[in-house]
Design a protein around this ligand. Structure first.
Ligand code: GCV
Length: 659
């Protein structure tokens, strides 16, 4: 097994001396309680030995009504430090909070805090493949090495790293995970059969030790690929029986199994539409098979027409998901959760919120946010995405009048949904520092902290992660948090402008390649031509704006009110169009592209200030990545500026070098 750094947590040794408990009392008896005991013993020297010099410590189960099932209270009186919770899981979360307090040097005397998670399902999806192109277990859009679950088309024997991942996720409140890529190919189809169920159980048991439920991505066509039937038609009784029997067996082996994630009728994946059936026919059929066991079906809304027509302005990929799903609102089984990307397209650096949020009012829907940096710099570029996610969560859908924010859909309160929550696409792999770029760990941490409490600010999360990871040195905290907090804007500056996206190479989604999505069979992405650029999504064009509630439709439709950062997502404008900022579009493109590169150069200088405070390995890791980032940013700047200068014929007001 590759060696690796621990991240924001104290190291947990397995060479433990059980006599060390001393005056720490722990109520209860369960697998999770054992995890707590192991944590206490494993981190004794760093955390508990100093703590028990001042306090006696008790982990107590309670019936307190101010606590939810996963909540906890940490309270100190007269030298007694107590962690109360209704459940063992709450105690575990309380323990991890205690770590944070210790790392942040908080004074624990007379402390009295109470925490309940705001969101119900806090899920991490993994895009790990068993084989595909890489025998070591590749990760689709993964930028931090190979899979920690799979190699050579089977499970990795040594599960220590899976355990550490479970620990990491639980330490920031994650309570569900999907093991494998939603693009279910070959071997992965058999995860729900005896070929792999014993392994799935072993992994699920590890996650369960940390209060995390395990799901797998299932192939809608499994009755054919696995069951050797000639159809996967959801209305075919033998197909329904096949799923019922298969699910029954899964639960016989893994009684606390979570359920399935399904990507159907999307990007070449089969689905009910293959058989002329509806989304509801397909989803409900699988959901019913899960119902006797309390299982949940996550069904992806990432369904779009893959063929565009640049001449037909009514055809618009951004409209597709809403058009496919809205007609079925209210018809899904109670245990179906629709899972939709934050934006209507595909994890671009800047998109408006998907109109499915607020548009679907009568079914369970959760957003998925991409922690792995597919279109946002591949964990080579520093890009702390928490500010993007905060904007998403704060967006007012106006679905039930003002204050109908996305975060109220995520916590289930807006439409009083029985099932609700949020999903992140993981950014870890088997790299020594888990995320490729050491500072990309802040995104993993940040997603999970927001999933627990969306009110936390991007700044608070950045500082908290920095202290937990690098310690309390003020200069380190200031430099790293400043680098993190400006990095999203920096990346946006030197890549595609004003919300348009897609000016990136079509295969890897990394390099600047302005036209690679423009002239393919999918249709058009940016419509850049001699006189202007931008999409045609207003009321009189593709009419995508109409999918939003009236207030937002009006705002986006009108040039006078459409926010600058989304202008080109909705409008085609001349290069001379003046933004609310007072700049013309063309000057904005030049200025942001020059500024973005300068911001990365500044980070390179700032990082050097930390040489004496950061371990040599981490220091070099970030320094190397910043160097790669600046080179890529210079490419983006030069290609973008040259392209738009030549298209528009308008010179830079400041006479800078444009090729
Ligand atoms: C896992 C995008 C990505 C794919 C990804 C897909 C999805 O299209 O490029 O790699 O597949 O989204 O979310 O299913």
């Amino acid at each position: 097994m590759k060696k690796y750094d621990n991240i924001w947590l104290p190291k947990c040794s397995t060479n433990i001396d059980s006599s060390a408990f001393g005056n720490i009392k722990i109520e209860g008896n369960s697998k999770i309680i054992n995890t707590i005991k192991q944590e206490i013993l494993g981190t004794f020297d760093e955390i508990f030995a100093p703590l028990t010099e001042s306090y006696s410590l008790t982990f107590m189960l309670t019936e307190q009504s101010n606590l939810s099932d996963e909540g906890y209270q940490i309270k100190e009186t007269a030298g007694q430090l107590q962690i109360y919770a209704k459940t063992d899981k709450g105690l575990l979360y309380g323990l991890y909070h205690l770590y944070r307090l210790v790392k942040q040097n908080e004074n624990l005397t007379r402390i009295d805090l109470c925490e309940n998670p705001v969101n119900q399902i806090r899920m991490m999806d993994n895009w790990d493949n068993m084989d595909a192109s890489d025998p070591m277990g590749s990760i689709e859009r993964g930028y931090a090495g190979d899979s920690i679950f799979f190699e050579h088309s089977r499970f990795i024997e040594d599960k220590r790293r899976v355990r550490d991942y479970a620990r990491l996720l639980a330490s920031v409140g994650i309570n569900a995970t999907t093991l494998n890529n939603r693009n279910v190919l070959d071997s992965e189809s058999f995860l729900i059969t005896d070929r792999f169920l014993a392994d799935v159980k072993e992994v699920a048991d590890i996650f369960a030790d940390y209060g995390i439920k395990t799901y797998v991505s299932a192939d809608f066509a499994a009755p054919i690929t696995v069951g050797k039937m000639d159809s996967a038609d959801p209305l075919d009784e033998s197909v329904q029986t096949w799923w019922a029997d298969t699910v029954k067996h899964v639960y016989e082996v893994i009684p606390d199994f979570g359920g399935f994630l399904v990507k159907a009728d999307s990007e070449g994946r089969p689905g009910p539409m293959t058989y002329g059936r509806t989304i509801v026919d397909g989803a409900n059929m699988m959901a019913r098979a899960l119902q006797p066991y309390g299982g949940i079906l996550f069904w992806l809304c990432f369904v779009y027409r893959t063929q565009g027509d640049w001449k037909n302005r009514k055809l618009d990929r951004a409209k597709d998901a809403y058009e496919f799903f809205k007609p079925f609102d209210g018809q899904f089984e109670y245990n179906v959760i629709l899972q939709a990307k934050n934006g209507p397209m595909d994890f671009q650096p800047r998109e408006p919120v998907s109109p499915l949020f607020g548009g679907l009012t009568d079914c369970n829907i959760v957003p998925e946010l991409q922690i792995t940096q597919e279109y946002t710099g591949h964990q080579i570029h520093l890009n702390y995405l928490v500010p993007q996610w905060k904007e998403f969560l704060e967006f007012d859908t106006f679905a039930k009048g003002a204050e109908s924010t996305v975060k109220k859909i995520v916590d289930g309160s807006l439409f009083h949904r029985p099932l609700s929550g949020i999903v992140g696409i993981s950014n870890i792999g088997n790299d020594t520092n888990w995320c490729g770029h050491k500072l990309a760990q802040a995104n993993l941490y940040g997603f999970c902290r927001l999933a627990w409490n969306p009110e936390l600010s991007a700044e608070k999360i950045a500082r908290e992660w920095t202290v937990n990871t690098f310690g309390n040195e003020v200069q380190v905290i200031n430099v790293i948090s400043e680098m993190l907090l400006t990095s999203y804007e920096t990346y946006e500056n030197y890549t595609a402008p004003l919300g348009i996206g897609w000016m990136i190479d079509v295969e890897t989604h990394y390099r600047c390649d302005i036209d690679s999505h423009e002239y393919g069979p999918w249709g058009t992405a940016h419509y850049a031509e001699r006189d202007g650029l931008g999409c045609y999504r207003t009321r009189d064009e593709s009419s995508m704006v109409e999918q939003y509630a009236h207030e937002n439709a009006e705002k986006f439709n009108d040039l006078a009110t459409c926010p600058d950062e989304l202008l080109l997502f909705f409008h085609h404008v001349p290069y001379g169009h003046v933004l609310h900022s007072g700049k013309t579009v063309i000057q904005h493109i030049y200025d942001t592209h020059f500024a973005g590169v300068e911001q990365v150069k500044k980070n390179i200088e700032n990082w050097k200030l930390l040489k004496d405070f950061i371990s040599p390995v981490d220091f070099q890791n970030v320094a190397d990545r910043l160097q790669q980032q600046v080179e890529a940013a210079e490419d983006w700047r030069d290609i973008m500026n040259a392209y738009f200068y030549r298209k528009s014929g308008v010179a830079d007001e400041n006479g800078r070098k444009i090729y």
